[in-house]
Design a protein around this ligand. Structure first.
Ligand code: MG
Length: 401
């Protein structure tokens, strides 16, 4: 039938693995772009080791961890950069902050690697998912000067293999259902958990070099090669993995929420009310985590999938709703809402820092506001979220018109 099979919409891949390329070196090069293209490494000079090497340095035989003295011998032109205290953690936080603008489901697995779950993001198909992730990759490069490789797949295992396949600045999408076919031609060492020693043993003793050969192996032979863990190896070889993306609630770097409307919304007042409701849901979480935050980002998506996004930062970090309310309308306007219909709105509260207020430190009105917020949080926790609502959350009958 011409035009393909209508009625069958394949599910888009929603799990993303990101892995910054030569992370420590890249953080340094972002501050010193004149060094780009040269063989560079971050490492200690005196009896030090190389912690991170640029791809140019790797091509010259420098790897990590390698004693600095040896690295300078194999690559005499090597630009050795001493580690900058604090820099890498800061760049990492900014990297994951930008990820948090795409989805609240961000799992940091190391300083420069993590997973995102885009489920519930309203992205209809593979092309839309790929476009969003590409946009994030571009932002990381243009705003932070950070080269990051991405893998997009149906699960964590395949996304991770995909992200490491075409570094640097790789971008590999594996359509759901293609997991086994994608993995088959790759060397067995590409599977997480199969290190160089196991890879060499598999080749020598069992003649196994490609993941496809593992897939085709009968159970008995798999057990002979891998022992007790053979079933996990078989699942991995076929690209099966059901581990969820896990965010640590107490360790949030940002708080965000978004909503896709059933029908596009043009009325800015209505959008402001929806955003206020989101602020009301997010700030109790900020307080519960004992944090305060200073930056509010409003994001809108239009029916053609173009987007507007604007941020404002408060002069002082806050853990109450009120300071954020007045920012909503101007940010919505700046993001382009009100001039054309909006399909999705979202808010994100970032610039998170430690130290929610101890009640005892506040006096007068401020103490009263805080007591009220605390009582409201406790009541809502006891009765189920949203039991005690702010005035603007009460439905306006005109909204239904
Ligand atoms: Mg990396």
């Amino acid at each position: 039938m011409a035009g393909g099979q209508w009625g069958v919409v394949p599910a888009p891949p929603t799990i993303v693995h990101l892995d910054a390329d030569a992370f420590f070196v890249s953080c340094e090069l972002a501050r010193r772009p004149e060094l780009r293209g040269r063989a560079c490494a971050v490492g200690g000079r005196e009896r030090g080791i190389i912690a991170s090497a640029s791809y140019e340095a790797r091509a010259a035989g420098v790897y990590t961890p390698m004693p600095t003295a040896r690295a300078l011998r194999v690559c005499p032109g090597l630009v050795l950069i001493p580690p900058t205290p604090g820099l890498y953690g800061e760049v990492s936080a900014r990297m994951f902050d930008l990820c948090g603008e795409l989805t609240p489901w961000v799992e940091r697995s190391s300083i420069d690697e993590g997973y995102l779950d885009l489920r519930g993001n309203g992205l209809a198909n593979e092309a839309a998912v790929a476009a969003e992730v590409r946009r994030l990759q571009e932002r990381l490069w243009s705003e932070l000067g950070l080269p990051v490789s991405f893998g997009v797949a149906a699960n964590k295992l395949v996304a991770q293999v995909a992200s490491k396949l075409r570094k640097p600045r790789g971008f590999v999408v594996v359509p759901p259902g293609d997991e086994a076919g994608f993995l088959a031609p790759l060397p067995v060492g590409r599977l997480p958990g199969i290190g160089p020693k196991t890879e060499a043993r598999l080749a020598e003793r069992h003649g196994l070099r490609r993941i496809g050969e593992l897939q085709a192996l009968p159970e008995g032979s798999l057990e002979a090669a891998f022992g007790a863990g053979w079933q996990e190896v078989r699942a991995a070889a076929h690209g099966r993995d059901d581990r969820p993306v896990v965010t640590e609630p107490g360790d949030a770097r940002s708080y965000s929420q978004q909503e896709t409307f059933a029908a596009d919304v043009r009325d800015r007042d209505q959008l402001v009310r929806v955003l206020k409701g989101m602020v009301d849901e997010l700030l109790p979480k900020v307080r519960r985590d004992g944090k305060r935050a200073r930056t509010l980002t409003v994001r809108v998506r239009f029916p053609d999938f173009s987007e507007g996004m604007r941020s404002r930062t408060l002069p002082e970090a806050a853990d109450l709703e009120a300071p954020f309310y007045p920012l909503l309308e101007p940010l919505l306007a700046a993001a382009g809402a009100g001039t054309r219909p909006v399909r999705l709105v979202g808010v994100r509260i970032s610039g998170v820092e430690a130290g929610g207020g101890q009640l005892e430190l506040f006096r007068g009105d401020e103490a009263r506001r805080r007591r009220l917020a605390r009582v409201r949080d406790e009541l809502n926790a006891a009765r189920g979220a949203g039991a005690l609502r702010h005035g603007h959350q009460l439905a306006n009958p005109a909204d239904d018109a």
